[in-house]
Design a protein around this ligand. Structure first.
Ligand SMILES: Nc1ncnc2c1ncn2[C@@H]1O[C@H](COP(=O)(O)OP(=O)(O)OP(=O)(O)O)[C@@H](O)[C@H]1O
Ligand SMILES: [Mg+2]
Length: 577
């Protein structure tokens, strides 16, 4: 009924939870005072000769209690808000920090849409847990005990004892449904995140769906998932309503028992009229806090189910476990490395690659042979379990990501840009770069002329640079990478969309870097790597040969065939002309 992990998570919220309980308790006392004054005055009117003017003082006291109750109610709400605010802020901060620690390989642990849902909706669900459920959990025990003593001293100990005995029937019901509810809510959250990811995916792929008129089909698929979600939601609601009905039955039966005992005691003269009225008006209060706990419990269970997922994410292994540091790249040795994205589907089979310092190494091979996978293992985006990658003799998976990515710059064919100016995006590469340096980088990527004709470095880019062409985007990514002063560069089809003239300028620049930087150039176009010191030829996840371009042309059949096919293609147009 109580999640200790959640409580440990945010000790700062404890004071607000205690405050909440204290104010609720004060509210109960004020309520009891008010009811006692009402009951006492009814008794006085009934037995004694009283004037209306005698009511002025009691009415004044009642008014004071009403005002005080208003204030305490406000304080309860405030405490509830502060407790949940603190927890929500802390939890979102933890998720964010965890995400930063996980870094580039976060997708191995959680999908983007799941992460968004957990940190937005999931964390929101915990609002009721801390704001209502936890304080109510304690108050629901304190309130009946307080009333037990008030009833005992002010009326009948017998009635007080009977009512107190009936109270545990409600938490009993809660415990009975808990086991069932836990399973059901885990299913509910599973369906919810699944529906969320499908929705996000369909939204992102809307243009494709429209192009292939597949939107109707996807619509039906989503309808099916929504129907499953509706079904599980209804099941959750039915379970909640059923348990509320049972709790209501116990609450109001208990209150009825209290009323019957109070009236009986008055009739046989063991309690006064005032005490009888007092007990009648307050007997429901014995049960209502527990009843409220029951209804908060369902919302809290939802929060707990969400928090299970959040804790699973927070407790997953992260970069803090990687303790090794590097501050330069001397050499890289890949030894007998194998890798599978999914179980029993190995895509890299025991490869060996050596990348010496300040060398230009190429990896070539047909599409799907595993080139990008090698790159993603080298930057820690994916984690390997078979074989080794040594950087300066240290195992890569033990090196912390920050140190690694400071020394290795990875440029793919599809780099990300943020909404903002060209300057902002370039400064990601080098925070303190001067305008001159930015223009030099743009020039190396053959992009300076284009931006000079726009608004220069202040040219605004839309999200993911949607307002420039694919080739311009790749060139901008290269300019940004060149600004990042790292020891090693991995270019993964980084020039795949670039026009021939620009590509030549960029390749020449990369070749010039060779004396100072280590370059790994991944490309399916063999022309790009003809000047490399060493070229590794990959085929179906294996390294089939390695050497310089001229050697490979002679000794490697696969390379030879690829080269000829590409040359034929490039000369195709020329021959026709
Ligand atoms: N995220 C992933 N999950 C599962 N399998 C993947 C994933 N990424 C790639 N693969 C599989 O791994 C194999 C190698 O893919 P990889 O992207 O490394 O090829 P590549 O040589 O870079 O191809 P290309 O030249 O087309 O970029 C392929 O069979 C592909 O289906
Ligand atoms: Mg690739």
């Amino acid at each position: 009924m109580f999640d200790k992990r959640l409580m440990k998570l945010c000790p700062e919220s404890k004071k607000y939870i205690i405050g909440n309980i204290v104010f609720q308790w004060l509210e109960l006392i004020l309520n009891a005072v008010m009811i006692w004054i009402v009951a006492d005055n009814i008794q006085d009117f009934y037995y004694k000769e009283k004037d209306v003017s005698d009511l002025i003082f009691p009415v004044f006291i009642i008014l004071c209690t009403v005002i005080l109750r208003f204030i305490t109610t406000r304080c309860v709400t405030r405490m509830s808000y502060l407790a949940s605010k603190t927890v929500k802020k802390k939890l979102r901060q933890l998720i964010y920090e965890k995400l930063l620690r996980l870094g580039v390989n976060y997708r191995e642990k959680v999908s983007t849409s799941e992460l968004v849902q957990e940190s937005v909706e999931g964390v929101d669900q915990l609002e009721s847990y801390f704001g209502q459920y936890v304080p109510q959990f304690f108050y629901a025990f304190i309130a009946p005990l307080t009333l037990f003593f008030l009833f005992g001293f002010g009326g009948s100990w017998f009635a007080a004892a009977i009512l107190l005995i009936c109270v545990p029937l409600i938490p009993g019901t809660i415990m009975m449904v808990q086991k069932f509810a836990k399973k059901l809510l885990a299913k509910y959250w599973g369906q919810y995140t699944e529906l969320g990811s499908t929705f996000l995916e369909n939204l992102q792929g809307m243009t494709t769906l429209k192009t292939y008129q597949a939107d109707e089909f996807k619509n039906q698929e989503m309808n099916k998932e929504s129907e499953n979600f509706r079904f599980v939601t209804m099941k959750v609601l039915t379970m909640q309503l059923n348990s509320i009905i049972i709790m209501d039955f116990f609450t109001y039966s208990g209150a009825a028992i209290g009323i019957i005992i109070a009236t009986n005691s008055f009739v046989n003269g063991s309690v006064s009229l005032a005490a009888c009225i007092f007990m009648i008006l307050l007997s429901a209060e014995f049960f209502l806090p527990m009843r409220r706990l029951g209804s908060y419990f369902h919302v809290a269970m939802n929060g707990m189910a969400a928090s299970d997922k959040i804790f699973k994410f927070l407790n997953s292994e992260d970069d803090l476990d990687k303790t090794l540091d590097i501050n330069e790249i001397k050499d890289i040795r890949i030894e007998n490395l194998s890798f599978e994205y999914e179980e029993d589907r190995e895509v890299i089979h025991g490869i060996d690659i050596v990348i010496p310092r300040n060398s230009f190494v190429g990896i070539v091979g047909e599409s799907g042979c595993g080139k990008s996978t090698v790159a993603s293992l080298l930057i820690g985006k994916n984690t390997y379990n078979k074989g080794h990658i040594f950087i300066n003799g240290k195992e890569l998976k033990e090196i912390n990501e920050k140190a690694l990515l400071k020394e290795i710059t990875y440029v793919s064919h599809n780099s990300f840009f943020f909404k903002g100016s060209v300057r902002d995006n370039l400064l990601l590469g080098k925070k303190a770069a001067t305008d001159e340096e930015l223009w030099t980088a743009l020039k190396s990527a053959n992009l300076d002329e284009f931006f000079r004709n726009e608004k220069g470095l202040e040219t605004e880019l839309l999200e993911n640079a949607a307002n420039i062409s694919g080739g311009q985007k790749q060139r901008l990514a290269l300019a940004r990478a060149l600004l990042h002063d790292s020891d090693m560069y991995i270019f993964d089809e980084a020039t795949s969309n670039i026009d021939v003239d620009s590509e030549e300028i960029i390749l020449n620049h990369i070749l010039e870097m060779k004396s100072k930087k280590t370059v790994l150039f991944i490309s399916h176009r063999l022309m790009n790597t003809v000047n490399a010191d060493n070229i590794y030829v990959m085929d179906k996840g294996k390294i089939v040969d390695r050497g310089k371009h001229s050697d490979l042309l002679e000794k490697c059949k696969i390379y030879h065939k690829l080269w000829n096919t590409q040359q034929e293609l490039e000369n195709y147009g020329k021959e026709v002309m």
